[in-house]
Design a protein around this ligand. Structure first.
Ligand SMILES: NC(=O)c1ccc[n+]([C@@H]2O[C@H](COP(=O)([O-])OP(=O)(O)OC[C@H]3O[C@@H](n4cnc5c(N)ncnc54)[C@H](O)[C@@H]3O)[C@@H](O)[C@H]2O)c1
Length: 504
């Protein structure tokens, strides 16, 4: 199919009418994507009834309560406004499938933890199970939309399952579209309200074009046509993996530069500023940090690596694998830096960890860098004292128990309900999430309650180093050398500048 064939104008006049105009949307998967996306659709499309279903009845009960299961700025207002009007949350999956004109599959696709492709390939068992449920309960024509992030040609497996059902029931007609989600947690509602682009991939057939045109019309309620890109299915699936790989690569690139800065006296913020001024590069996503986290970047880059390996593209696989290796290395390097600067031992020392979610404005802790930095410090027998404004104690304990064991966590971890408490009697403060409230804490008062000398390690580059030094703190930030000895991180004493393996 040529670019011209898939242009938006083409979809304005569907050549056949296999499917009804979309009046009922069902989304299977009420998670970080399904919930906010459907809340936005309901808000922008008053003529469409949107039902979000999940096999987790407890989660659905939360969506129907005052305490939503996820935190996203702006989400609660929209859900509370639309719920019961044209937005519904239910655990009756078969009914919602039967009633839908269009079904989003928005279930999780985590990295597989068993069998072939273990630790690399995405686990597609949830997607497949939804496809089978749709096949069983559809009862009539449905446009099925892959919103989950999947490997290239996953739509083919969904289609094969649906076509089998179609063979036995002449009432059934299916078209499978790819419509990956590009929202970022923490800014999901803004991203959904004003997306950079909406991507829709479909089959090169009259029915495929028709299905695409129906989904285009849903988005056209609030998204300008020029921002709705239509492609073939495989390009759409691959574009999502490629976009996440590019974003993760940018973070690993600036983090790789941060290590050079620490060893030379350059400052990574100044370098990022200067580099970002180049309009070909741009200034976004150039913030050095303790590494990327979240449920997507690592999983999707690994999925791309696995795909390359399956296609015998070893060089390409290795190229992308490097992005993950630098990320692991950066976390390890930061933990080593903490140990090194605390005189090469943290055993029995209290260290306050501020921030546990993988980024600010979300309570999501999946693959958070905090988990891995904490794991390394617990291996050194540090006593860790946590505070995060949106992550519960139970969540922190269960994430850490998975990597460090429950006994270690029970013995060495405390969780507090405010930052000042977490920092009391600590030898060091470690910033692992860039929550705004950490920028304006009363560090002068906190300093007085700590052990001296008191250190502060800024893993997110949000603090005013000069001000903290004036208070009396020893300050260490990613991507800049400490004032007193610019090459300190590169020297043997702290053990953080060398070529330590990412998997140590
Ligand atoms: N979280 C993000 O920021 C983000 C952004 C873009 C894309 N994605 C992709 O979107 C997909 C969903 O991600 P998420 O973060 O919303 O996941 P999530 O884990 O928050 O939610 C997935 C939900 O699907 C439900 N589910 C699984 N199998 C089911 C089944 N057979 N029937 C009914 N419900 C079922 C689970 O109970 C869970 O509530 C993933 O593929 C992810 O890679 C996520």
């Amino acid at each position: 199919m040529t670019q011209k064939d898939t242009s938006l104008e083409f979809f304005t006049f569907p050549p056949s009418s296999m499917f009804r105009e979309v009046k009922n949307i069902t989304c299977v998967g009420a998670g970080y994507v399904g919930g906010p996306t459907c809340a936005m659709i309901a808000c922008k499309c008053p003529d469409i009834r949107v039902t979000v279903v999940d096999m987790n009845a407890e989660k659905i009960a939360q969506w129907n309560s005052d305490e939503l299961p996820i935190f996203e700025p702006g989400l609660e207002e929209v859900v509370k406004r639309q719920r019961g009007t044209n937005l519904f949350f239910s655990s009756d999956v078969p009914k919602a499938i039967r009633e839908a004109d269009l079904i989003f599959i928005s279930v999780n696709t985590p990295t597989k933890m068993y069998g072939r492709g273990k630790g690399m390939a995405p686990d597609l068992k949830y997607v497949e199970s939804v496809a089978r449920t749709i096949a069983e309960h559809a009862g009539g024509p449905k446009i099925v939309v892959e919103k989950s992030t999947v490997p290239v040609r996953a739509a083919e497996s969904i289609k094969t399952i649906l076509m089998e059902a179609q063979k036995h029931n002449r009432e059934l007609h299916f078209q499978v579209l790819s419509n990956p989600e590009f929202l970022a947690e923490g800014t999901a509602m803004k991203d959904l309200a004003k997306p950079d682009r909406v991507l829709i991939g479909g089959e090169s057939s009259p029915e495929g074009y028709e299905a695409v045109s129906h989904l285009v019309r849903v988005y056209e309620h609030w998204v300008d046509r020029s921002r709705i890109i239509t492609t073939n299915t495989w390009s759409s699936e691959l574009s999502k993996l490629a976009a996440n790989a590019f974003l993760a690569q940018r973070i690993s690139s600036i983090n790789a530069i941060s290590a050079i800065c620490e060893a030379t006296g350059a400052d990574v913020s100044e370098v990022a500023h200067a580099v970002g001024y180049d309009s070909r590069i741009g200034n976004k996503f150039l913030q050095a940090s303790v590494g990327f986290g979240g449920s997507c970047f690592q999983k999707d880059v690994l999925s791309l690596v696995y795909l390359c390996e399956s296609l015998n593209l070893g060089k390409v696989a290795n190229y992308w694998r490097g992005v993950i290796e630098i990320n692991d290395w950066q976390r390890r390097r930061f933990a080593d830096k903490i140990v090194g600067e605390l005189f090469n031992t943290v055993a029995g020392k209290k260290i306050a960890i501020l921030g546990f979610s993988f980024k600010k404005n979300t309570g999501d802790t999946r693959e958070s860098s905090a988990i891995y930095v904490a794991k390394h410090l617990l291996e050194e027998c540090a006593e860790l004292s946590f505070y995060d404004p949106k992550v519960t104690e139970a969540q922190i304990r269960s994430e850490l128990a998975l990597v460090s064991g429950k006994e270690t966590v029970d013995r060495l971890v405390k969780v507090h309900s405010n930052a000042a408490q977490a920092c009391e009697k600590a030898h060091a403060i470690v910033i692992l999430t860039e929550w705004d409230e950490f920028k304006t804490l009363d560090y002068a008062s906190i300093y007085k309650t700590m052990q001296h000398p008191s250190a502060i390690f800024d893993g997110r580059l949000i603090l005013d180093k000069k001000q903290l030094r004036e208070i009396g703190f020893r300050v260490f930030a990613i991507g800049s050398a400490p004032e007193q000895a610019y090459n300190m991180f590169g020297t043997a004493g702290c053990g953080s500048g060398g070529d330590s393996s990412p998997n140590r």
